[in-house]
Ligand binder design. Structure first.
Ligand SMILES: CC/C=C\C/C=C/C(=O)SCCNC(=O)CCNC(=O)[C@H](O)C(C)(C)COP(=O)(O)OP(=O)(O)OC[C@H]1O[C@@H](n2cnc3c(N)ncnc32)[C@H](O)[C@@H]1OP(=O)(O)O
Length: 725
């Protein structure tokens, strides 16, 4: 709704739709009614538009885009109506003015913003474009380069930047509404023509066409298969080439193309999925609604290797005082130097810099080798080497030293949380916090509860994720948890494809064309092949503990590829050694080139094992890698390791480079259709009966059999009928 009120000469229209005043049909109708009322009332001389509860508006109601009676198209005419008003209209921007919300403000003749307000046209991040004439008005107001930047990236800008760009006329530190009413009173009777953006020419840029060509190349480079950025670009380009009305027609055409694209649906699904995972629940009945987090006033990080350094940086950025601990002075000094470098780089990116981060202050960041300094911390994150014995030793020590209420977190990518907790006298306070490298950059935090983890511990870890500006996803305890467990069959298929005749660059290309930031072989080289090698040795799959006489390509009766082990035995650990699945310019180099040695090695390997090399097409590469990953996802859901498919999708988008415009693996499966996923898995499984990862999960079979229900209904089949699976 929008509330209409008449003060003296200024009528006030307040957008009201909590929590963010999204522009639903009802709000738009009330806005239109308010404008007409103000227009018809001769005692009203000006209008002020604001939002309820200190927020202007977060834009069109995103749920409306998939409603049977779609929202698209309704807002543009209202923005025009505002602009054509014969009485001055002033926007009072508090909190956020995003998307359609900012487009409403662009229709106003004047804009006053609170200094803490943020503005943006983030439609591109939802697979759309600012379809309420925003692509035509914004370039006229702030020029093409700045408008293109805002519209094609969707970034939110602070009010101070908006003022510099000319997006707002005034910023205030105190009462925005009063300032807007003051301005409205002041401009009564002044000519409105120059304030109507649709009548303004688009400011010239020297050599506009060359500028646009360059901008388009940049947009395409960054879009990586996502449609919206390029169509946003096209709409802005139309503003530079055509009169306003024609530009608006073009904008509407492009908006309709995007609205009906699968990508917009996937991105909007991802938006709500990210919010849905905040409402965590466990099969035991603990949930976000009843668990309260503990305050974290001081934290500690143990281990200053790559992960520990990133975690320390994250905590400092979140303004949490902490102690950083290493086992000896040599490692401490090495770690301290690396952390300081990271923090200095981060500070340079921030307004206020090093002073804001305050990392030179020992009261906020203290480096030590003394475990005793951990006595009074509220939370510890252990980030040492992935080794169970070492972790247990540390947790045993922690349970003796730390105060009774302290939360004990382990940063592990696969190890058993219950076993680590068993080394303590407080398993209810032990929880897994799986950070992703680099930990100060990657948004995902997988939060793993063990058998005894308390709801308070989960709630505290989730609160920590929010404080670190990360997406926390709560999952159950199993080998590899959710992310890595789904990754194993994917990487396994990629390696099997090499055995059968493919090449690393061919497999990577197919998955990168699908939209992954990086294919599985480039990813392994980046992460280091030795990491998996160590884990396989610990599991007895390779190395000295492997029983003599074990067949080279079989473990426990299942197909196994020793290829990654063979590379490691030859010192090929990936980028760090200058060679792995690819060749690099030097140790630590980043430019991967196909390695003739490896191709020769693969061919000898196939000869040794009597494997007939065959041509493998792109479809088979894509399906075997993706469908085996998705298949594991269904098994995870059936086991209750995650409470819904959204969890898996949020993990994959934020931690594994899954293309967001494809919505995550489980959403993707729903768009492919579960019967098709099942049929393909059945086909590949028949061809490779010794590969369990290709055998369709019972839950997938069930869902296909009950008629391929929509993703949001999947879990209901599990709870009602799990006994029949
Ligand atoms: C008519 C067609 C023509 C024109 C095209 C116009 C298109 C658009 O305007 S598309 C929408 C563009 N706007 C956005 O993309 C903003 C999206 N929202 C956000 O970025 C954030 O929500 C926020 C910065 C506004 C607030 O962040 P925060 O304080 O962290 O809160 P939440 O994100 O948890 O949001 C709270 C609550 O509100 C729901 N919500 C937010 N924005 C919208 C929206 N535009 N439509 C519908 N619902 C919205 C959000 O989902 C949360 O609710 P749930 O927890 O129940 O999911």
């Amino acid at each position: 709704m929008a509330q209409y009120a008449r003060g003296s000469a200024v009528a006030v229209i307040r957008l009201r739709n909590p929590p963010v005043n999204a522009l639903s049909r009802a709000v738009l109708q009330a806005l239109e009614d308010g404008l007409k009322k103000a227009d018809a009332d001769p005692s009203v001389k000006a209008v002020m538009i604001c939002g309820e509860n200190g927020k202007f508006s977060a834009g069109a109601d995103i749920r409306g885009f998939s409603a049977p009676k779609r929202l698209g198209g309704a807002l543009g005419p209202i923005v025009s109506l505002i602009e054509s008003s014969e009485k001055p209209v002033v926007a009072a921007i508090e909190g956020v003015a995003l998307g359609g919300g900012l487009e409403v403000a662009l229709g106003c003749h004047y804009r006053v913003a609170h200094v803490k307000a943020r503005m943006g046209l983030p439609e591109v991040t939802l697979g759309l474009l600012p379809g309420a004439e925003g692509t035509q008005r914004l370039p006229r107001l702030i020029g093409v380069p700045a408008a293109l930047d805002m519209i094609t990236t969707g970034k939110h800008i602070p009010a101070t930047e908006a003022l510099k760009l000319g997006l707002v006329d005034e910023i205030v530190e105190e009462n925005t509404i009063e300032a807007a009413i003051r301005l409205a009173n002041k401009v009564i009777g002044q000519p409105l023509g120059p304030r109507r953006l649709s009548l303004k020419p688009v400011p010239k840029v020297p050599n506009m066409e060359a500028f646009l060509d360059e901008a388009l190349a940049k947009v395409k480079r960054q879009a990586r298969g996502c449609l919206a950025p390029e169509l946003c670009f096209q709409a802005v380009r139309a503003a530079t080439r055509s009169p306003f009305a024609e530009g608006v027609r073009r904008e509407r055409e492009l908006f309709q193309v995007l609205l009906s694209s699968g990508q917009a649906q996937a991105l909007q699904y991802a938006f709500f999925a990210e919010r849905a995972v905040r409402r965590w629940a466990t099969p035991g009945g603990a949930s976000w609604s009843s668990a309260a987090p503990q305050p974290v006033r001081r934290a500690a990080v143990i281990g200053l290797g790559t992960m520990g350094r990133g975690i320390v940086t994250s905590l400092v950025k979140a303004n949490i005082p902490l102690v950083a601990l290493e086992q000896d002075l040599e490692n401490l000094n090495k770690g301290r130097k690396a952390v300081m470098l990271l923090l200095e780089r981060e500070a340079m990116k921030m307004e206020g810099g090093a002073q804001v981060l305050d990392f030179h202050n020992p009261a906020r960041l203290q480096f030590t080798v003394d475990f005793d300094l951990l006595r009074d911390v509220d939370l510890v994150i252990e980030a040492v080497f992935e080794n169970m014995a070492l972790k247990k030793e540390i947790f045993h020590k922690l349970s003796k030293i730390c105060k009774p209420g302290a939360l004990l977190c382990t940063n592990t990518s696969a190890l058993n949380i219950d076993e680590i907790a068993s080394a303590t006298n407080r398993p209810q306070q032990v929880i897994g916090t799986h950070f992703f490298s680099p930990a100060h950059v990657m948004r995902l935090l997988e939060i793993i509860y063990g058998r005894h983890t308390s709801p308070t511990a989960i709630a505290t870890a989730m609160q920590l994720a929010t404080a670190l500006k990360k997406v926390g996803v709560v999952v159950g305890n199993c080998f590899g948890f959710v992310g890595n467990r789904m990754m194993f069959p994917y990487v396994q298929q990629a390696v099997f494809l090499l055995e059968e005749g493919s090449r690393p660059d061919a497999v990577d290309q197919v998955l990168e064309d699908f939209g992954f930031k990086i294919g599985p072989f480039r990813m392994s080289d980046l992460a280091g092949l030795d990491v998996g090698w160590r884990s396989r040795k610990d599991q007895g799959l390779t190395g000295p503990s492997l029983p003599a006489g074990t067949p080279a390509r079989q473990r426990h009766g299942q197909r196994y590829s020793p290829l990654p082990d063979l590379l490691c035995e030859r010192g090929r650990f990936g980028q760090k050694t200058g060679k792995g699945w690819y060749l690099y310019e030097k140790a630590g180099g980043r430019t991967a080139t196909p390695d003739p040695w490896l191709l020769n090695f693969l061919s000898q390997y196939r000869d040794t094992h009597g494997i007939r090399t065959r041509f493998i097409d792109q479809e088979e590469i894509l399906e075997r890698c993706l469908f085996s990953l998705i298949n594991e996802g269904f098994a995870i859901l059936a086991e209750g390791i995650a409470s819904g498919p959204e969890h898996l999708d949020v993990i994959y988008i934020n931690g594994y480079g899954w293309p967001k415009h494809r919505g995550g693996p489980m959403f993707y499966a729903s768009t492919v259709g579960l019967p098709r996923v099942l049929a393909k898995l059945q086909k590949y499984s028949e061809a490779h009966p010794d590969v369990p990862g290709l055998q369709p999960s019972a839950f997938l079979k069930k869902l296909a059999a009950v008629g391929n229900p929509p993703l949001k209904e999947w879990m209901s089949y599990l709870s009602q009928q799990s006994s029949k699976l």
